[in-house]
Design a protein around this ligand. Structure first.
Ligand code: NAD
Length: 501
């Protein structure tokens, strides 16, 4: 672990002042700005307008007009695709700037932030390809007098609300697909990490997205996010965040029966059998638990180890986790950066305290790390965790790995499924039958076999149960932002209803 030194890159750093984007115009807020203190450096790095309900209403009105009057929804798929491709090129060209913002605002390591930007640009390209392939169906099988055509139409105005843990990546899992479908949007990034999404606004204007098609609001959830989920002129809400706010979003959207897509929390198990390639698994265990400081919906935060290997594997994980480099997010060699806020660090600590009180043991870490500035948490391993303990059931959202054990495959499946979440899971075994049995029985949107947290724009992502509703990415992602319309066409004389002909 490195001692914290204020990085050279921030010596002459001046906090960046951002504005919101409403109807193509960069807009100041009415009140004092929200200040973002860098979690890894303890200094103010960004200021965003504190948006209000009135700002949300103006943005929704702009998006409504841009949808109803066009031209975005009526442009050809090829035209929209070309604009999305241009946006992808501009994202790649400004990747260092965007990654820097995500790094200092969220506390994630800069090397990781750069990787996320590469992934995000790829998603924009993938969505651009889908924009040209969006189509409905035709039925020429309904009899001589009937032709059925099923149209795919853009659903309308979409509210997009995103969290702080992957600021640019998550907006990129939603916005390009909504745009590909022909929707117009109001986007609200987290009030902690709005910078890169606002730069995306500049990029989209340069790429040729017309005014009002993408509006970007800053501010808090209750003030700006809530009206985006209740306003009657919004047709769909696409939300990523905590399960609690996801539930509230669904309830809000229910008032006007909006379509809702939710990507929520996770408590993801990795089930490990004695015949697994343990060297490969150990790396994936440490990566799964500590990537993004564990502030990751996909974190592999529950290890379910076969009893015969549990003691040895836990000791080896603790040894490996000691080598993980926690430190300055701007240091290119850092693997684990800062925790998002001091309050969140406290919450993580209270989960560890609760677990030890309930009978778990700290095999590594267990507390905060003092690196000079900002807030950091030591990679932590808890052994002797039982399925009923809070730490085994709730999302800690920090670098805390809980180790549980099993004896039979059925027991492993039962433990894996015995929680409210179902986002992702991993299974490790050299036996094909074992992997497939787990893959088919664990109730999760993604199951990794002999790997963990790999992803691709082509592969759908989302959760079962309280991990969410709907899927992002994959070839159906654009369809999520559409309605189907049936055109039922008749040729020749109709069969009369009341008067036989
Ligand atoms: P959060 O729920 O606190 O906030 C998410 C967003 O919702 C923010 O923009 C916030 O301002 C907004 N919001 C808050 N209150 C609102 C309200 N009343 N109405 C409308 N919007 C409101 O979540 P967070 O702390 O930013 O992010 C962490 C959570 O996100 C974790 O639970 C994590 O698992 C989840 N997450 C899930 C995925 C996934 O794909 N499944 C990905 C990343 C993060």
């Amino acid at each position: 672990m490195t001692a914290h030194v204020k990085p050279k890159a921030l010596e002459n750093f001046k906090a960046r002042d951002f504005r919101m984007l409403i109807n193509g115009v960069w807009t100041e807020g009415a009140g004092p700005a929200l200040e973002r203190v860098a979690p890894g450096h303890g200094i103010v790095v960004s200021r965003y307008p504190a948006g209000t309900k009135a700002d949300a209403e103006r943005a929704i009105a702009a998006a409504r007009k841009a949808f109803d009057d066009g031209p975005w929804p009526t442009m050809t798929g090829a035209e929209r695709s070309n604009i999305l491709l241009k946006a992808a090129d501009l994202i790649a060209a400004r990747a260092d700037e965007l990654a820097f913002l995500d790094c200092i605002e969220s506390g994630k390591p800069i090397s990781q932030a750069k990787g996320e930007l590469g992934g995000a640009a790829d998603i924009w390209r993938y969505a651009a390809a889908l924009a040209r392939d969006l189509h409905g169906e035709s039925y020429n099988t309904l009899g001589e007098g009937t032709l059925g055509v099923v149209l795919r139409e853009a659903i309308g105005v979409v509210s997009i609300i995103t969290p702080w843990n992957f600021p640019f990546l998550i907006v990129s899992q939603k916005l390009p697909f909504a745009l590909a479908a022909g929707c117009t949007t109001v986007v609200k990034p987290s009030e902690l990490t709005s910078g890169s999404t606002l730069v995306l606004g500049e990029i989209l204007i340069e790429a040729g997205v017309p005014a009002g098609v993408v509006n970007i609001l800053t501010g808090t959830g209750p003030e700006v996010g809530a009206p985006m989920t209740t306003h009657p002129d919004v047709d769909m809400v696409s939300f990523t965040g905590s399960t609690g706010v996801g539930r509230l979003t669904m309830a809000n959207a229910a008032q006007t029966l909006k379509k809702v897509s939710l990507e929520l929390g996770g408590k993801n198990p990795q089930i490990v059998f004695p015949d697994a390639n343990l060297d490969e698994f150990l790396d994936a265990a440490v990566f799964g638990a500590y990537f993004n400081a564990g502030e990751c919906c996909n974190a592999g935060s529950r290890l379910i180890l076969h009893k015969s290997i549990a003691a040895d594997v836990t000791a080896r994980i603790a040894e490996l986790a000691k080598k993980v480099k926690v430190g300055d997010p701007l240091d290119p060699t850092t693997q684990v950066g800062a925790i998002i806020t001091p309050q969140h660090l406290e919450k993580i600590g209270s989960y560890v305290d609760g677990a030890t009180k309930a009978g778990a043991s700290v095999a590594l870490g267990g507390g905060a790390l003092d690196l000079g500035l900002g807030q950091f948490m030591a990679p932590t391993v808890l052994s002797g965790v039982l399925p009923e303990m809070t730490v085994a059931r709730e999302e800690v959202f920090g670098p805390v790995l809980s180790v549980l054990t099993f004896e039979t495959t059925q027991e492993a499946i039962r433990i894996a499924n015995a929680i409210d979440y179902g986002l992702s899971a991993g299974v490790w075994s050299r036996d094909f039958d074992t992997c497939l049995t787990i893959g088919r029985k664990v109730r999760a949107g993604t199951v990794w076999m002999n790997t963990f947290m790999d992803g691709a724009s082509e592969l759908p992502f989302g959760g079962y149960r309280q991990s969410g509703l709907g899927r992002e990415l994959g070839r159906h992602a654009v369809e999520d932002y559409t309605e189907t319309k049936t055109l039922n066409m008749h040729m020749g004389a109709r069969t009369g209803w009341w008067m036989p002909r």
